[in-house]
Write a protein that binds this ligand. Structure first.
Ligand code: SF4
Length: 395
């Protein structure tokens, strides 16, 4: 099983906190679709396990997830989407039951747009709500308002989309504890099946960083972020949402297959500017520039850098992702895949976190406790193997 990620590098306007790759000019959208088609064709052998690349045969991995992320994939027309699906079907074995997710912004989800999306193979919507309060949306420079947030979810459900996830952000300067509880309850009342919830972070070179530095926006105290995180865990539990990854919660059977594949180290291929790919031994990073991406593919040249992953890197990636999930870090897996030295190393480094109550060991697996979840990245970094060697090959 493998996944496909497609990065759509366009947005209507720039959210203040965003450091993803996108352009607010849509003038290259048509050239981008042509380049994307070429990339899908040229990369057709990336996931093939056999030693001999195929001439005509389709990629031999079964694709069980496709994810349109961005950027703002809901800016694509129905015909753009059908063109992309047509191209994917030419070169990849897509399972008839594949989970096919499209990220959408509430302001794009008019009744007409929802109907058009429903008539494509897309069967899961990821709606970027972020908050149900106008002042929070304004502060973050989101393109939608609170009414559009509510309407977009209800209208998508009315049309027949059953599998809907929404994004919510906490630790926004204008978000009080009461408002945060209200945002969570609004999501529960809407009966969405999956919620991804992130802490607002001030990323370098974003408008938010500038606004904080110049004192126009006051950064949130760590204490308040911790309160929001604890409120989130408590409210999610009360409402029977399973926290299967630190930032991801769902009702039974509504796990994101696509993200779970990442965390469980399944292979995936990424198309579009800034997209990444992983096939078990190497990682590829596409160029984060729309014009250069298009020009490269016009010349039939794939615009990526490749990194051959060392055992240390593979181990570090496994620890970083697995420790954040409810499936935990499997020590047997570490011993089998990386050897006894890595197993002993991991156990030894984990000891202090077990003693401090931030990690719990059950059978042969390590899990973060609620206390540990607050410091997940720091704990994962402490478990990293030190022999990190990077081999970079420019294509
Ligand atoms: S819509 Fe999404 S990708 Fe675009 S600027 Fe906002 S957060 Fe970033």
């Amino acid at each position: 099983m493998a996944g496909i990620y497609i990065h759509i590098p366009f947005c209507k306007q720039a959210c203040h906190y965003c450091d993803f790759h996108f352009s607010t000019s849509l003038k290259n959208k048509d050239s981008f679709i042509i380049a994307l088609k070429k990339e899908i064709e040229l990369q057709k052998d990336y996931l093939i396990k056999t030693d001999t690349p195929s001439l005509n045969k389709k990629n031999d991995e079964i694709i069980n997830t496709i994810y349109f992320g961005g950027g703002t994939p809901s800016l694509l027309s129905q015909s753009d989407l059908m063109t992309i699906f047509h191209e994917l079907n030419k070169y990849y074995n897509i399972s008839p039951s594949a989970e096919i997710t499209l990220e959408a912004n509430p302001d794009d989800l008019t009744s007409k747009k929802i109907k058009e999306l429903f008539d494509t193979p897309v069967n899961r919507l990821s709606i970027g709500i972020q908050s149900f309060y106008d002042e929070d949306l304004k502060l973050m420079n989101r393109a939608h308002n609170s009414q559009e947030a509510l309407r977009s979810v209800k209208a998508s459900q009315d049309k027949g989309f059953e599998n809907i996830t929404i994004d919510l952000i906490y630790s926004i300067p204008s978000l009080t504890n009461e408002k945060w509880i209200h945002n969570l309850h609004t999501a529960f009342n809407l009966e969405v099946k999956h919620i991804s919830s992130y802490c607002l972070t001030v990323e370098p070179k974003t408008a938010l960083e500038y606004l904080v530095k110049t004192g126009k926006i006051k950064n949130v105290e760590e204490e308040k972020s911790v309160e929001h995180f604890e409120i989130m865990l408590s409210e999610m539990r009360k409402n029977n949402f399973i926290q299967y990854e630190i930032s991801n919660f769902c009702k039974e059977n509504f796990y994101s297959k696509h993200n779970s594949n990442y965390w469980l180290k399944e292979n995936y291929i990424g198309f579009g500017p800034s997209a990444h790919s992983y096939n078990g031994s190497s990682r590829q990073f596409n160029i984060s520039n729309n014009i250069l991406y298009i020009q490269s593919l016009e010349n039939k040249k794939l615009p990526f850098e490749q990194e051959i992953l060392t055992a240390s890197q593979l181990y570090n990636e496994y620890v970083l992702t697995s420790i954040r999930t409810m499936w935990g870090t499997d020590l047997n897996y570490i011993e089998t895949c990386f050897g006894l030295d890595y197993f002993l190393y991991c156990m030894n480094e984990a000891k202090k976190f077990i003693a401090s109550g931030e990690i719990i060991q059950k059978e042969n697996k390590l899990f973060l406790t609620d206390k540990g979840k607050l410091f997940a990245d720091k704990i994962a970094a402490a478990l990293f193997h030190i022999n990190y060697k990077k081999t970079s090959v420019n294509k």
